[in-house]
Design a protein around this ligand. Structure first.
Ligand code: GLV
Length: 308
């Protein structure tokens, strides 16, 4: 029985090497090996096309190479196949670093000072008060919590919008539609860490973004499909939003002619906020396979009904 790595567009070899190093007794293949389908017991993948999973009749577990597993939730995954995602505290910490870097870039006016430096201009501006740097988190899962912890010592007020209300020290928590509107109204920095589901797709549209205070900034580390990019452009050009830091896009990479590359108030990065380590991905895939063989529950299972 074997593991098949289908990580495209990410290269498969690093995952194959890591799995082989951790479990020398288990055959590990990539697509290029053209493996015998009836031997495949686990798939390690980033996205799947419908029709892929039914090719593997002995499949027990479908493991995502990422924290977000929405691209594996195709309709033809049989119920007996567990779907798992990566949960890596280091990855959450790296995303928090990215969010912090992007937020401070805006709140501490670094683009302005970089422009001034290019003109050898010595000009001091008042520091934006913390009361105008209120952070609103969409989602308070492993990533959202790491982001909230990173902001805690900075004096910026942090609120979060969650599906089910729960207490979180130092964070004011909102839920429901009314809660979303209240969170938006008090978010000078809106950070999206949500999973992509039918409910969250397109959530960041013009109606949502317009509820942010004038001069707000969006940081998107969720998925590109959370954001309606054309609506973001509208609000940036109207001056309602002061900027956006985007690590994820509707289409990755965006086409070279896409406006988003060149907009003066957009910081666009190529989905690098964090990458789970190959060893962690491989280890969690092996653990998931062992648990599936032993009939044990999966600690990192994706709830297919909820979509994450
Ligand atoms: C990256 O986007 C991930 O889901 O891990």
């Amino acid at each position: 029985m074997a593991i098949l790595v289908l990580s495209s567009p990410l290269p498969a070899q690093p995952f194959v090497d890591a799995l082989r190093a951790l479990a020398p007794g288990i055959p590990v293949w990539s697509e290029a090996d053209d493996p015998p389908a009836e031997k495949v017991e686990a798939l390690l993948a980033w996205r799947l096309k419908p029709g892929t999973v039914p090719r593997y009749p002995k499949l027990r577990v479908l493991c995502s190479v990422g924290a977000g597993a929405e691209k594996l939730l195709v309709e033809d995954v049989p119920d007996h196949v567990s779907v798992t995602r990566v949960v890596d505290p280091l990855q959450a910490q790296e995303i928090a670093q990215y969010v912090l870097a992007c937020t401070l870039r805006f709140t501490r006016e670094l683009p302005l000072y970089e422009q001034q430096q290019s003109r050898a201009e010595w000009r001091r501006h008042p520091v934006r008060p913390a009361s105008r740097c209120r952070v609103g988190l969409l989602g308070l899962g492993a990533v959202g919590q790491a982001v909230a912890r990173a902001f805690a010592p900075l004096g910026y007020e942090v609120s979060a919008w969650v599906r089910r209300g729960r207490e979180w020290p130092g964070v004011q928590v909102f839920s429901g539609t009314d809660g979303l509107h209240r969170l938006l109204a008090r978010s000078d920095i809106l950070v999206c860490t949500l999973p992509l589901t039918a409910d969250t797709r397109g959530l960041l549209d013009a109606a949502t973004l317009r509820r942010l205070p004038r001069g707000a900034v969006l940081v998107n580390v969720g998925r590109g499909e959370h954001l309606v990019e054309a609506d973001l452009r509208l609000l940036l050009d109207e001056g309602h939003l002061a900027g956006a830091a985007l690590d994820v896009f509707e289409r990755e990479p965006p086409k070279p002619e896409h406006w988003i590359w060149r907009h003066p108030r957009v910081l666009a990065t190529p989905h690098i906020a964090a990458q789970a380590s190959t060893e962690t991905v491989a280890q969690q895939c092996l653990d998931a396979l062992q648990r599936a063989r032993d009939g044990l529950p999966q600690p990192h299972a994706v709830d297919r009904r909820a979509g994450y």
